[in-house]
Design a protein around this ligand. Sequence first.
Ligand SMILES: [Zn+2]
Length: 211
Amino acid sequence: MADASGLRLVALKCSKCGSLLKAEPNDHVFYCNNCGTGFELINEKDELVAVNIDFALPVKKQDAEIVYLPFWVFDTNIQISSRDGSQTLGSAAGFIKNVFSGGEGSKPVTKFYVPAFDTPITNIRTLGMEFTKNQPELENIKKDKLTGCRFSSGDAEKLADFIFLSMEAEKPDMLKSITYSLGLSSPRAIGIPFYKTGGSLVDGILGIAIS
Ligand SMILES: [Zn+2]
């Protein structure tokens, strides 16, 4: 149905167990706190599509209140077909290493992280870059709620491009142009624990502070 403002209204009910889904305005992802099923609202179709939602256990313990903030995680298969910097990167082997890892000595990038909560774009870039570079081993659990996912998985794919280009631009060869594909697949949402400390939030996985 359409209301007076022309907005479409969707019944937010879990299709698995029938419970009402908790939501905030502008949410794109809904988590059933009764059965643990996750849904993404596909705006073009006004449809709730099942999506996996997990929550990561904090690895850095702090005595502070925890909030779980949503990220999109994709499997990624990054292919760079051309890359042109002002300075050459050296050997072909060095080039390949630069392509497939976040940096010197880091793990291969097989998962791409995109923060999806309401926060300035600089935080999205920093957190997206650091989580994607670090490829943290997350221990997943089921929790009671996840709200505040402001981006659809489609939006998150566009943000992944922005994060990837930021990572490449930080490499020391002064990137001028690049042709690539991120090969993103299997989007799922994950609640990353953040500690509320003073006026800022510190994530419980890598310990990055944002404000
Ligand atoms: Zn349910």
